[in-house]
Design a protein around this ligand. Structure first.
Ligand SMILES: [Zn+2]
Ligand SMILES: [Zn+2]
Length: 243
């Protein structure tokens, strides 16, 4: 599928102005001018295309890995840009903790490249919400900072009101898949009025076990969406440790 040109001119002007006021430095090597310089970019471990459509794991089978084969999953596809390591991991940390609007826009640009290689045709972009307490502490939802510019670049409507998080999810570290599922159960509430009949693109920063996406997608489907697709910047490589 050919890449469509990005039409949102206003956004690119805003980005240029912000970059001029606060020039970014490469998160990998410190070089001035870009978030990730060409050399550091070339070292990013991209998630290959021939991975499982549902969990992003390496698989020799087309579409669904052996792990996902017998699972009923609420979403129709999952894609991530790169593995959660190196400069991408630094970029996610920057997005989460530095309250810098420009990094979200930069990463959203990378997400458009991934999206444009799918055939998803979503008609609504929704960020994975965080709980009130976290939002209060951080001041913003990092997933929203990715999803909003992504929606603008793709010219797809955006809403952060279709899905809210009612239960704080405690740390998932050290839990197995079943425990993680239990941990995120009933964490979300979806708004049927906004979701009914929609093909929804759920956006988050990192995909770890998939339990969060699964719980969110279940709620969105239960609220009447016709399909759900999941897109994240990074995916934890299950071959490495989760921290
Ligand atoms: Zn660099
Ligand atoms: Zn899988």
């Amino acid at each position: 599928m050919p890449l469509r040109p990005v039409k949102n001119f206003t956004l690119s002007i805003a980005r240029t102005a912000l970059d001029w006021l606060f020039p970014p430095t490469c998160l990998g090597c410190g070089e001035e001018g870009v978030f990730i310089c060409p050399e550091c970019f070339s070292k990013i471990k991209l998630v290959p295309r021939d991975v499982c459509n549902y969990c992003g794991a390496y698989t020799s089978k087309k579409g669904k890995c052996a792990n996902c084969h017998d699972r009923q999953l609420p979403y129709a596809g999952f894609r991530a840009f790169a593995f959660y390591e190196g400069v991408i991991r630094k970029a996610i940390h920057h997005l989460k903790y530095q309250n810098d609007l420009t990094i979200g826009r930069y990463l959203a640009g990378l997400l458009t490249m991934v999206y444009q290689r799918t055939n998803w045709e979503a008609d609504l972009v929704v960020p994975i919400p965080i709980g009130e307490q976290k939002r209060y502490e951080r001041g913003y939802n990092q997933a929203e900072r990715l999803a909003k510019p992504l929606a603008e670049l793709l010219e797809i409507p955006f809403t952060s009101e279709a899905l809210i998080r009612i239960n704080e999810i405690s740390s998932q570290v050290g839990l197995n898949h079943e425990e993680r599922r239990e941990n995120v159960r009933e964490a979300f509430v979806a708004n049927a009025r906004l979701l009914e009949g929609k093909k929804v693109l759920l956006v988050d920063d990192v995909f770890t076990s998939g339990a969060t996406m699964e719980a969110a997608a279940s709620e969105v489907m239960a609220a009447g969406a016709t399909r759900v697709f999941c897109l994240t910047v990074a995916k934890v490589n299950n071959l490495v440790d989760l921290n």
